[in-house]
Design a protein around this ligand. Sequence first.
Ligand SMILES: [Fe+2]
Ligand SMILES: [Fe+2]
Length: 293
Amino acid sequence: MSAHSEPSPDAIPDTIPDAIPDAIRQALRRILECGDLETKLAPVPTLPAGVGFEGLSPIEIDRPCRDAEIAMGSGAESLPRPGALGDPRARALCLARFAHHELQATELLAFALLRWPDLPAALVRSWLSVLADEQRHARLYLARLHAHDACLAEHAPHSDYFWKHAGAMAAGGPPAFLAVLGLTLEQANLDFSLLYRDGFRAAGDEASARVLEVVHRDEIGHVRMAAHGLRQLLPEHHGDRARYEASVPFPLSAARAKGRRFDAAARRRAGLEEEFIEHVRTARSSTEHGGRS
Ligand SMILES: [Fe+2]
Ligand SMILES: [Fe+2]
């Protein structure tokens, strides 16, 4: 390259640090404002350490765009039990449901990151890393779904179970978001992921079982980050249990933060306090109707 073609120092914009958060926010917007799966699962640029979205204006998107193949509706047929997974159609239904959980988690992280730009930079970084994990999980489940000669379109409309709580999260702010996504839905998935791993394994579908194992391992990190984030946001509350109860919006509760087989060890690996683990283990709800949709 000739010296002539090199940019002069004057030509280098001094807005590079701002351009990176802007590019990331545009990618997050596309996750919510584009209806197609490929765009929603496209990688989001990496945020440099110490850089956040402070000072940028909030972007409030209440509901994601969805193309027909991933359209959402309320309610869904019940999830096959792990013992039913010898039937490939039952496996496909579970894989479609799990892929759609991951897609909703991806979208809700974008929803939160855009809505609350003044979050601490470290929290923004951790949410972006969780978002990338959720995109990867969605792809892993979709690959297994396709291996069953099935696709998401066959299962539309998909249950909007996670998105049903978006209004409550918007009202409750970042603590409600962490209590819903991280400490209720993801904490429950510590149990569901191993229950279904064993179901797929018993049915001879080892490849899907391994995906559930990867999700379970990553979910431990996500629950850890949610608990840590809530400690940062609510330092005036003492204990994980008190912080959770102060943040979780109705109708969610500790009774929804678990599956049929309670995995206390995974919760300890996620760093949850014993008092909170015991609180979730013993929680009962009169509105509980069994498994998560
Ligand atoms: Fe996930
Ligand atoms: Fe997760």
